[in-house]
Design a protein around this ligand. Structure first.
Ligand SMILES: CC(C)(COP(=O)(O)OP(=O)(O)OC[C@H]1O[C@@H](n2cnc3c(N)ncnc32)[C@H](O)[C@@H]1OP(=O)(O)O)[C@@H](O)C(=O)NCCC(=O)NCCS
Length: 196
């Protein structure tokens, strides 16, 4: 199927609401019922989208995984996930439906993810991001991620290297102060987050 048609169908299936200003974003743990909507967004934003089976496998390991979705009127508009390994949180995915970009959704999802990783004992966080994905890199920089290295050909599907970023000492008071600053920037959203 042509990519554009597949993406258009994904959008319909995802049931992503039109963006508007007077909305509340609820951030909740990703459940099985969210997965097909997550994948429909995933297929629109990533050249090599993860499958439903992969997401279902990820969320079936809650001891070592944290996955959240952002909901508007109950519909998924974004998602984020991470894996915990020996006190480190490896962010595996962050995605927002294109029509909801630059409305603070990615920041809110990452805030929740990072908060939960800290609560679960992480002292450092890492991720890979395409070298050319400056927008995502800027978002990660807000959370204290700094470029540390390059993984050659990490994204063969787009023929790109991966930039490795780390946020260190996320269990420190200084990092807590950084998060407080971000919470102030995103206003009341941190209080609105709904715990699973
Ligand atoms: C990267 C992504 C998750 C950002 O989500 P978002 O909801 O649009 O991000 P936010 O609105 O929360 O952005 C918060 C801040 O991050 C930075 N930022 C986010 N996207 C940016 C962009 N495209 N260009 C420059 N800065 C950007 C800005 O500082 C922004 O604050 P501002 O809007 O007040 O300037 C989203 O663009 C996306 O899903 N992209 C496709 C998938 C992807 O690349 N995921 C990351 C893979 S590692």
């Amino acid at each position: 199927m042509a990519m554009s048609l597949r993406r258009a169908r994904s959008r319909l299936w995802a049931g992503v609401p039109e963006p508007r200003d007077d909305v509340t974003l609820d951030v909740v743990a990703m459940r099985r019922r969210h997965v097909r909507h997550v994948v429909a967004i995933e297929e629109r934003i990533f050249p090599r989208p993860w499958s439903s089976a992969l997401y279902l496998s990820e969320i079936s390991s809650p001891a070592t995984r944290v996955y959240v979705v952002g909901l508007v009127d109950g519909a998924v508009v974004g998602y984020a996930g991470a894996m915990l390994v020996a006190g480190e949180g490896h962010v595996t995915t962050v995605g927002v439906a294109p029509e909801w970009h630059r409305r603070g959704v990615g920041m809110r999802l990452l805030y929740r993810l990072v908060t939960e990783l800290r609560e679960r004992g992480c002292h450092a966080l890492t991720l890979e991001v395409r070298m050319s994905n400056r927008g995502a890199q800027q978002l990660y920089a807000l959370f204290g991620f700094v470029p540390v290295g390059v993984r050659k050909d990490y994204y063969p599907e787009v023929n790109e290297d991966g930039l490795v970023m780390w946020a260190y000492d996320v269990d420190s008071d200084a990092y807590a102060a950084r998060l407080e600053g971000l919470a102030a920037r995103i206003g009341a959203i941190a209080k609105r987050d709904v715990r699973p």
